[in-house]
Design a protein around this ligand. Structure first.
Ligand SMILES: NC(=O)c1ccc[n+]([C@@H]2O[C@H](COP(=O)([O-])OP(=O)(O)OC[C@H]3O[C@@H](n4cnc5c(N)ncnc54)[C@H](O)[C@@H]3O)[C@@H](O)[C@H]2O)c1
Length: 359
C-alpha cells in the first residue's frame, strides 16, 4: 500500500483541485489537476500514457500541471496551470466516443480547465473533444501546429541569451550545436541558417530526420549524439529529451550558453541549475524559452491572429533579459530566477484581486 499523502502534497504545492473521472462505456480513465487559477483558467494538454500505477499517473499530472502554472505566468498570459492524464494504451483505447466522453468531463468543469493535445493525443482527437466542450484549443484550422512557433520563441530566446552573455546578438558571429532535428529543432535550425550562423552542428538518432536536413541544408554538419555535449561551440541548443543536462553531461560542456526548446532539460533543477551557474554557463530556463507554442495557442482564446501571436512570442526576448538580470542581482541560478519571476506575477495579480470587489 502506497503512503503517498495526496492532501499533504496538494497543500505543500498549493494545488486547487484534483478530479478523477471514469467512463464505463468507453473505458476512459483519467485525472485532471488544476494547480492555480489566479491568472486565469488552467490550461494544459491531455496526455495519454500507459502508466505503471495510478500513483505514477497522479504524480505526473500534479507535476505537469504545476509546471504549466509557471510557464503561463512567465509567458505573461492570463492563464493558470492544469493538466489531464489518461491511463491506457493509446492504440487500444482511442476512439471518437472515448474523446467525446473526455469532452463531457472537461465541459463539466465549466471553463476552470482548458485542454489541448499532448503526448499520444492529436488535433484530430481534440476535434472529437470539441464536439462536447468549448474548452479545448489547438484545433485543426485554428492556431495550427505549435512547433514552428515554439522554435520561433526559442530563436528569440537565443538572441536574448547572446545579448546577455556577449553583449552582441548577431547570429553570424556564433557557432551552434542543436540536439534533435524533430518538430522544433528542424525549424530552429532553419532560423539559424537564415540568419547565417557561423557554423551549425546537429545530432539526431532518427535516420529520416538526419537525411531530411542533410538534403535541405548540407552546410549543417551532423555529429554523433555522444559527441554533442563536448562540442566546442558558443551555444548548445537542446531540442530533444528531458533530463539531458545532468552530472554526467554538464562537466563535458564547453559552450557558454544552453538555450533550446526541450522541456525539463535539467535532471535536477536545483543541483544542475547551480552546476551550470558555477561553470559560468548561461542557461535559458526551458519553460520560458519554449513557451512560443503555448502563447500561440492562447491566442485561440482571443480572436486568433498570427501577427499578434508572433509579436507576443517575440516578447520571450525581453522576459529572458529580465530573468537573467534577476539571477545576477540575486546571485541565484536562472531556473530559480524564472520561478521567482513567475511567482511574483501570480502574487502581484493575487493582491490586485484582493483590492477589487467583484459585483
Ligand atoms: N513541439 C512543441 O511545440 C514543443 C513545445 C514546448 C516544448 N517542447 C519540447 O521540445 C522537445 C522537442 O520536441 P519536438 O516536438 O521537437 O519533439 P520531436 O520528437 O519532434 O523531436 C525530437 C527529436 O529528437 C531526436 N532525439 C531523441 N533522442 C535524441 C538524442 N539522444 N540525440 C539526438 N537527437 C535525439 C528524435 O529523434 C527527434 O527527431 C521536447 O522536450 C518537447 O517536450 C516542444
Amino acid at each position: 500500500m502506497s503512503d503517498f499523502k495526496h492532501f499533504d502534497y496538494m497543500a505543500k504545492h498549493r494545488y486547487e483541485q484534483v478530479v478523477y473521472f471514469y467512463d464505463k462505456t468507453t473505458g476512459l480513465k483519467g485525472i485532471t489537476c488544476i494547480h492555480n487559477t489566479t491568472l486565469g483558467p488552467a490550461l494544459g494538454g491531455t496526455r495519454l500514457w500507459n502508466y505503471e500505477s495510478e500513483e505514477e499517473a497522479v504524480l505526473d499530472c500534479l507535476r505537469l500541471s504545476r509546471g504549466m502554472t509557471y510557464k503561463a505566468a512567465a509567458a505573461g498570459l492570463n492563464l493558470g496551470g492544469g493538466k489531464t492524464v489518461l491511463i491506457g494504451e493509446a492504440d487500444k483505447v482511442k476512439s471518437e466516443a472515448y474523446f467525446r466522453a473526455l469532452g463531457r468531463y472537461v465541459q463539466s468543469l465549466n471553463g476552470r480547465y482548458i485542454t489541448a493535445e499532448d503526448v499520444n493525443t492529436s488535433t484530430k482527437d481534440m476535434d472529437f473533444v470539441s464536439m462536447e466542450t468549448d474548452y479545448v484549443v489547438g484545433l485543426e484550422g485554428k492556431s495550427g501546429n505549435p512547433s514552428p512557433m515554439t522554435a520561433l520563441g526559442a530563436f528569440h530566446g537565443i538572441r536574448a541569451s547572446l545579448q546577455h552573455k556577449f553583449g552582441d546578438e548577431d547570429i553570424k558571429k556564433y557557432t551552434f550545436a542543436v540536439q534533435g532535428a524533430g518538430q522544433t529543432g528542424y525549424y530552429l535550425i532553419k532560423h539559424l541558417v537564415e540568419k547565417k550562423a557561423k557554423k551549425i552542428y546537429f545530432s539526431e538518432i532518427n535516420e529520416k530526420h538526419i537525411k531530411r536536413l542533410q538534403k535541405e541544408n548540407p552546410e549543417v554538419e551532423f555529429v554523433k549524439p555522444e559527441d554533442f555535449y563536448k562540442l566546442d561551440v558558443d551555444v548548445l541548443v537542446p531540442c530533444a529529451l528531458g533530463g539531458s543536462l545532468n552530472s554526467k553531461t554538464i562537466p563535458q560542456i564547453k559552450a557558454k550558453i544552453v538555450a533550446g526548446t526541450a522541456n525539463n532539460v535539467l535532471l535536477d533543477e536545483d543541483i544542475h541549475g547551480d552546476m551550470l551557474k558555477d561553470k559560468g554557463i548561461l542557461y535559458a530556463p526551458d519553460f520560458v524559452i519554449n513557451a512560443g507554442g503555448l502563447i500561440n495557442v492562447y491566442h485561440e482564446l482571443l480572436t486568433y491572429n498570427v501577427g499578434r501571436a508572433t509579436r507576443d512570442i517575440e516578447k520571450i526576448y525581453d522576459r529572458l533579459i529580465d530573468i537573467f538580470d534577476i539571477a545576477e542581482r540575486e546571485n541565484i541560478n536562472t531556473h530559480l530566477a524564472a520561478k521567482v519571476f513567475a511567482k511574483n506575477r501570480i502574487e502581484t495579480i493575487n493582491h490586485l484581486h484582493d483590492n477589487y470587489i467583484k459585483r
